[in-house]
Design a protein around this ligand. Sequence first.
Ligand code: FAD
Ligand code: NAP
Length: 338
Amino acid sequence: MPRLQQGVSLKPYNTFGIDVTSDWWYEIGKEADLLQLLSDNPVPRLPILVLGGGSNILFTQDFEGLVLKNNIPGIDVQEEGEDHVVLRVGSGVIWHDLVEFSLEKGWGGLENLSLIPGTVGAAPIQNIGAYGAELKDIFVSLEAIHLGTLSKQSFSLSDCRFGYRDSVFKREAKGKFMITNVSLRLSKNPVLNLSYGAIKQELEKLGITTPSVMDVGHTVMAIRNSKLPNPKQIGNAGSFFKNPVIPETAFSPLLSAYPQMPHFIQEDGIKIPAGWLIETAGWKGKSFNNCGVYPKQALVLVNYDGASGKDIIHLAHAIQESVFSIFGITLELEVNIH
Ligand code: FAD
Ligand code: NAP
């Protein structure tokens, strides 16, 4: 039976390893727990934070409210056809457990999204993406409970208004809902996307010419393990900033000044890797007050040992100012600040 707890340390529950406390804490194992808690207790008047794996959050102060730790389980086949399957997944399921489940079955759609930390319920919040795949490519719908009215709502693909690391849940609906389950459509005849990053080269190195979804998943895992800090060893929340997409008019003079600048043409402008901007501005590998810029990937800020959230946000602001003064580009934060 879940229990309302007071004064809980959030250090083990955020991948930056920031040592803050939440006034109240409650673990949600099923939808009914949430409905019962919020209808029986005076706590709904407090600010509420739904927490998954804490892998996209930076706490800069104690949380004066109620943290709902999401543990809602379950992976069920909702619909099955000759060429596809629709899974209904509990929002507390660990994202990579779902990926492994689909790889075992040989179902395609999640392989490029292997090894992203966190829960299924947080995946729609920023439309998680990696190696040319995004959640929206396989998304069918989700169910959520409004934290004020306790009404249940269903969101279709268009309702979620997914964008680049963006959705309605980072905008008008921010903080208003707890997502309880997500339905995803996977393919039984997958078309693999190998065009991105080092996937093709890695497969070639292994001598794999006709890869399975499992091969692609394992390749993505190997690349990620070689490049990214493991939060169990070094605190971090992955990419701290979004990659900026700038208009052609701003891009042309920059490319003349920096002909080696990597760039990718998008529908709405030109994407410049934020990691390249930060590295070129001289920040890669630098450390300050127990936090710093990861030496292998400048887009990742790290907590080496006991940094506070304020130390890390201070470093992030210094990087933003420096990149703006050199390139005239504003880096937007990807990580959620609390
Ligand atoms: P949390 O950090 O717990 O929460 C994030 C936000 O979502 C918060 O605002 C929270 O309130 C809200 N939220 C969480 N669950 C729910 C819910 N059920 N209902 C409503 N709101 C909710 N991201 C990518 O997109 N691509 C990557 O390749 C990637 N790589 C990463 C690598 C590393 C090493 C790390 C540490 C992070 C990486 N991330 C990446 C970021 C992160 O893993 C994802 O954003 C992930 O979806 C966050 O899940 P979480 O459960 O940890 O969310
Ligand atoms: P990378 O392969 O070194 O590439 C650097 C950047 O260039 C990436 O951010 C990527 O943008 C962009 N890019 C590369 N090839 C591209 C292509 N063919 N078309 C369009 N854009 C391209 O990146 P990395 O740091 O090792 O990360 C690999 C993938 O994992 C990326 O997709 C990245 O987003 C994802 N990742 C995300 C996080 C996170 O916390 N959000 C953390 C680690 C890794 P995109 O980022 O837009 O894909």
